[in-house]
Write a protein of this length. Structure first.
Length: 158
């Protein structure tokens, strides 16, 4: 009888406490991971558009032509067009994370554009000296990313 009492082990209560702690930590980690995926999909979409804009600007300067990026707000696509062949239409959505262009300097439908001249300056279909392209998740419009372009051709993704 004394032999059984000297054996060490864990009680059921101790095992339940450890299980509860592991469950809480897993819940926190899972939530953080999921929120990080949402943010990264918006960042990826913004960088894709910024890359197309930078490519258009670079092509305009190096080929001494005018290049343009067209946005189709109704179909959530954008395309680089200019002196060379047009690039394929690119969707704003990244994989299974639906993203839309919620605003192009206040415009929410139609096909606005940004045009780069051979000196790298930009003009906009909406007029003005700057344009803000706002991306939003379709399942959570409170989270957004903005791409800013000014008439001097500066492209920013803050």
């Amino acid at each position: 009888m004394n032999k059984l009492r000297n054996k060490r082990g864990f009680t059921l209560i101790e095992m339940m406490i450890v299980g509860a702690i592991i469950g809480v930590l897993a819940g926190i980690a899972g939530t953080t991971w999921y929120l990080g995926l949402n943010h990264s999909s918006l960042t990826t979409g913004a960088r894709d558009i910024a890359t197309a804009l930078r490519k258009a600007k670079q092509l305009a300067v190096t080929t001494n032509t005018t290049e343009q990026v067209n946005f189709d707000l109704d179909n959530e696509t954008f395309q680089l067009v200019g002196a060379g062949p047009a690039t394929d239409l690119k969707s704003v959505s990244s994989g299974h994370k639906p993203i839309n262009i919620s605003s192009f300097e206040g415009v929410t439908t139609g096909t606005p554009w940004i045009q780069f001249a051979n000196n790298g300056t930009a003009t906009f279909s909406t007029g003005g000296t700057t344009v803000a392209i706002i991306l939003a998740r379709t399942d959570n419009n409170s989270e957004t990313r903005t791409i800013n372009v000014n008439s001097m051709g500066r492209i920013q993704v803050p």
